[in-house]
Design a protein around this ligand. Structure first.
Ligand code: G6D
Length: 347
């Protein structure tokens, strides 16, 4: 196993470095210390052909100008917060309203747009990259000085483990995720509509027109949202289910997981034979099927289009501070936030 380091860009006097972790099966994970962005994941198909399975760019400028959170860590609070307001202990905090009058993914300068410190750690059968960042009191409107640590660990089982830690000197909120867009066809040869998703989830959140949870938790039973025995993503584009329509002809929904760390999320592309099993300690996963990608981007020479990639954002529930019956995203003063999500690639 080895790590290759290469200068990616300069930003405001700071160096952005690309770190490529390579395991003994020639799986590669490249990430940069700007937004902890995963820019590339190379894995073999059923014939051993190694290709990239995530959407990404080759320059910092493209990430700054065009990226819809490709590969990024999103926070302090991933997902939407209605009206960009949270109230803690009687104090209302006004967060950036960066998405139709609501707060999305930590604001205009969220975790995805800051430079993190990075440290390489090599163990016998794994390689780790540890990113750290101090989010100062009041950053993007959030209370508390928050020390963040994000670790990417690659193993020889073709597994990428992402672990998160957070510690704040004031009561605050924290709900972090990685926003990689997966496309198992390899080098974006096709879109993700024929990918099969199997998901251990019986309920999902109803969204309103602004994609804010209404508070209703709907059953997946007998609907295009039932992925329990496997379903092709395209089903979400071929239905008149109002929730698929409101998502922009696909999915953009938080699914509540019924169990953790037991193959709860499985994605498979039968064309390439590539699979991805995701396990997490988080209560939910947001399935976003790239419904708003549009055709304005060139992704490593491939013109973007809706459904060119899909996200499986393991996290808490969006807007939980306005819905007491949702698991809470509140992080107490001096409480250590810990979370782990594992992505195992198969072929
Ligand atoms: C759209 O609604 C979706 C979000 O879920 C996604 O994270 C973003 O695009 C990139 O706003």
């Amino acid at each position: 196993m080895r790590v290759l380091q290469e200068k990616f860009a300069d930003l405001d006097g700071q160096t952005v470095t690309a770190y490529t972790m390579v395991n003994d099966n020639n799986m590669e994970v490249t990430s940069i210390n700007y937004g902890c962005i995963i820019t590339k994941i190379l894995v073999p198909d059923r014939n051993g052909v190694v290709e990239n399975v995530v959407l990404g760019f080759d320059t910092l400028e493209e990430y700054q100008k065009y990226s819809p959170y490709f590969g990024a860590v999103c926070g302090r609070h991933a997902g939407r917060i209605a009206n960009g307001e949270i109230t803690l202990d009687g104090t209302t905090y006004h967060l950036e309203k960066n998405n139709n009058g609501n707060h999305l993914h930590g604001g205009l300068q969220g975790f995805d747009k800051v430079v993190w410190n990075a440290e390489v750690r090599e163990e016998t059968d794994s390689i780790s990259l540890q990113f750290t960042y101090l989010s100062k009191d009041g950053e993007e409107g959030y209370p508390g000085n928050l020390e963040m640590k994000v670790t990417y660990k690659l193993t020889n089982d073709n597994e990428l483990e992402i672990s998160y830690q957070g510690l704040s000197d004031k009561r605050t909120v924290l709900n972090v995720t990685n926003h990689s867009y997966f496309n198992l066809s390899g080098n974006l040869k096709s879109d993700i509509l024929n990918h099969t998703l199997t998901l251990k989830s019986e309920r999902f959140l109803e969204l309103n027109e602004a994609l804010i949870p209404t508070g209703e938790i709907l059953p997946v039973e007998d609907s295009s949202f039932d992925f329990r025995t496997g379903r092709k993503i395209k089903d979400g584009t071929l239905t008149n289910n109002p929730q698929n329509i409101v998502a922009g002809n696909g999915y953009d929904h938080p699914f509540l997981l019924v169990e953790n760390n037991n193959h709860e999320i499985n994605l498979y592309d039968d064309e390439s034979g590539r699979g991805l099993v995701i396990e997490t300690d988080q209560p939910a996963v947001v399935l976003y099927t790239g419904n708003q990608l549009g055709e304005d981007l060139s992704v490593r020479g491939v013109t973007s289009r809706n459904h060119l990639g899909l996200c499986l954002e393991t996290q808490g529930l969006p807007d939980s501070l306005h819905h007491p019956h949702f698991p809470s995203a509140v992080l107490e003063k001096d409480e250590l936030y810990k979370s782990v999500t594992r992505y195992k690639f198969t072929n």
